[in-house]
Ligand binder design. Sequence first.
Ligand code: ADP
Ligand code: ADP
Length: 217
Amino acid sequence: MRIVFLGPPGIGKGTQAALLAKRRGLTHTSTGTIIRAAIEAGTPLGEEARKYVQDGHLVPDRLVCVLAETAIAERDYDQFVLDGYPRTIVQAEWLTEFLETHEAPLDAAINLEVPTDVVVDRLSKRRVHRTTGENYHLDFKPPPPDIDPSLIIQRTDDRPEYIRKRLEVYRKETRPVEEYYEARGILRNVEGVGDVEDVYSRIEDMLLSSAIEKKPS
Ligand code: ADP
Ligand code: ADP
């Protein structure tokens, strides 16, 4: 199964991609996580990416495609979930070509959909563990009390002043990627409202009804 997740920041891509990967034995690659790790480690690529991420802009395609290629090549062409990639038409075209050369086309581009106010709530109340990267939400998935609170942080780009900017960037740069996959017949819109397991069930149902995965016997 080869899947990409689309949808604006905060919609739940990382949460659902991680669940799907874990339960279906797929590798999970989040370009955002890889980029943040590169920034944290101070690699040349991280240094170059830093200013874009901090300002809520997309990192240039030439940097991100190298990252994505390395991640997919190092892992598995056949069994993966990509989360937060592709985010531009250039990236989508690059991915199509890359996978074609490996005869491993995508099965589905899952596009999560929720009203904007829900996205803003999820994004503004997201917290992350500084070292493990585990995601929390102040209301729906509060950090457990035994974790040192100083390790639970808010991403700088999740602060309210950046949220509007990032949603705008999504509309401008990534919305066309939905149309790109729609034209190729693999866009699958999934309602993202409700708790995590409800959304996950909808994804599983969609995979079954699209015959992307056969029912276990
Ligand atoms: P979110 O989970 O809020 O959607 P991510 O963690 O996926 O955000 O990404 C955080 C930031 O990393 C983005 O705002 C952008 O600056 C950069 N980034 C991640 N993936 C990509 C990509 N595919 N293309 C360009 N920039 C990216
Ligand atoms: P994305 O990767 O699209 O930016 P995340 O998976 O990081 O989104 O989710 C954003 C925030 O919303 C996180 O704090 C996460 O815990 C929370 N969240 C994710 N899915 C749900 C859901 N179905 N209901 C409530 N909160 C959710």
